[in-house]
Design a protein around this ligand. Structure first.
Ligand code: NAI
Length: 295
């Protein structure tokens, strides 16, 4: 399989991380979003990021940016189109309709969804289109997280899926695993569950955010950010969306149902724009002097 050009749709946390990672692997990439300014800002962030997302800053010229409406022609030339827009099924469906109308014959189309089952993502695709559609679930931050989940559907051309896996391993340096369409796939089924348990316990024990992160971070294998810091990094709103679509797929008696109940503080943070690092701040807030304040 030859992947010489990739289009990433959605220039947020994940789209920009995926674009930077492809750029490091010398693969030309176009980053699209609703507005050109959003993609431009994403490219700017990639350029200036600390720790650096780009290994060689001069390669930034290999990332083209634009808005999806005026630059949809880019999709026609891509060997792989990665959808990394918000976790909204209606928006994703709409985008697939457009991509499949324009894409190059045989080009791979994948979603970076963290929680929507592939049977739902692909429900409006034809049998032929499904052959080239899968989930490629990169983890955040893309440059540093080794795992990549590839979720297949029942119509996939398995040779193609295996080639994509090989490409992601050799060219992108990922530890790629092929998963079935189970709720939360593998990483999130374990990881999100553990994070929710830790959050519930922290509130029950009346720990401060800092205390909780100091206690739970290291044993859970997230010593740098801890649990709450990771919520801020991932996006508190996104985690809430993930939980909602995740629990819909589980049985009523699944222990996750109790753990995943909405927490009032989380609801309040989302409603007031404290969605994490991408918003006004999150559990950890950054004040004007850049100092981190804990709630
Ligand atoms: P985000 O909110 O940071 O970025 C989403 C971007 O999509 C925004 O820039 C928004 O303007 C754009 N967008 C919305 N509608 C669009 C449309 N119709 N056309 C083009 N662009 C559009 O979201 P994030 O966190 O990057 O998540 C993207 C996907 O990756 C989601 O499916 C999420 O579940 C998944 N994911 C997120 C992870 C995380 O840690 N944030 C980790 C792994 C997967």
């Amino acid at each position: 399989m030859e992947i010489k050009k990739v289009v990433v749709i959605g220039s947020g946390t994940m789209g920009s991380g995926i674009a930077a990672h492809l750029c490091n692997a010398n693969i030309p990439v176009t980053l699209l979003d609703l507005k050109t300014e959003i993609s431009e800002q994403a490219r700017d962030k990639i350029y200036k990021s600390r720790p650096p997302l780009l290994l060689d800053k001069s390669k930034i010229k290999n990332i083209k940016v634009g808005n999806i409406l005026d630059n949809f022609d880019e999709v026609k030339e891509a060997d792989w189109v990665v959808e990394a827009v918000v976790e909204r099924i209606d928006i994703k469906h709409d985008i697939y309709k457009k991509i499949f109308k324009e894409r190059k014959k045989g080009a791979i189309v994948s979603s970076n969804t963290s929680s929507i089952p592939i049977k739902i993502l692909s429900q409006h695709l034809s049998e032929e289109e499904k052959k080239d559609f899968c989930i490629t679930h990169f983890f955040n931050p893309v440059r540093y997280m080794g795992l990549l989940e590839i979720v297949k559907n029942e119509n996939n051309d398995l040779d193609k899926i295996n080639s994509l896996k090989a490409f992601c391993e050799t060219e992108l340096g990922k530890g790629a695993i092929i998963c079935n369409d189970t709720p939360g796939f593998l990483g999130n089924r374990i990881g999100v569950f553990a994070m929710q348990v830790a959050m519930n316990e922290a509130f029950k024990m009346k720990l401060s955010i800092e205390e909780a992160d100091a206690i739970f971070g290291r044993p859970m294998g997230i010593p740098k950010t801890g649990v709450f810091g990771l919520y801020d990094l991932i996006g508190i709103d996104l985690m809430a969306d993930v939980l909602k679509s995740f629990i819909k797929e589980l049985s009523e008696n699944d222990p996750f149902q109790v753990v995943a109940k909405e927490i009032p503080l989380v609801k309040k943070l989302i409603e007031t724009g404290y969605t994490g690092r991408k918003g006004k701040g999150g559990f950890y807030r950054v004040n004007k002097t850049g100092e981190v304040k804990v709630m």
